[in-house]
Design a protein around this ligand. Sequence first.
Ligand SMILES: [Zn+2]
Length: 190
Amino acid sequence: MIFLLCFSVALVIHVTGDTSCPEVTIVSRADWGARAPSSPSPALRGQTRVIFIHHTETSSCTDTATCSARVREIQSAQMEIRHWNDIGYNFLIGNDGNAYEGRGWGVAGDHTSGGGSREFGIAMIGNYESNLPSEAALNALDNILKCAVRKGHLSRRYCLMSHRDTDSRTCPGTAMHNEIISWPRYCWRW
Ligand SMILES: [Zn+2]
């Protein structure tokens, strides 16, 4: 039992904090100025298979400094107002084409309150009700998923879902929702 506990702790440490992806620039928590979580996030068992896509419903950002500030604001709001242990999303993607490390790989996100709660979540920074994220941001999303599969963080048979498929009427915005449901990896009611 002690061995198993040690192994699971070691696994969490191993899979989080991995920001080396040649396919996409991942801005680490240290680089965007994250606060430490108030408690550890629970590990996801096995490979991740379902990813929920969100928008942050904030203004968007087109450079690293602004996107980093936006991510810090989101983390503060989620920790102070919602009383979560950390930023809820596993990764966030800016219109600058960078991915921002949230909780990272291998741990449960906190971003839906329905059936997808504690699954993996990626948020597009901005409000995508009437327009899509930048092409650079959509490419970054595609590339971080490719990197995750190549590194074994994500199942080769993963599927994407829109937050609107569970407990949100608005997230990730109508334009982004319509985009996601046109993708081959979209699998509502997976
Ligand atoms: Zn959402």
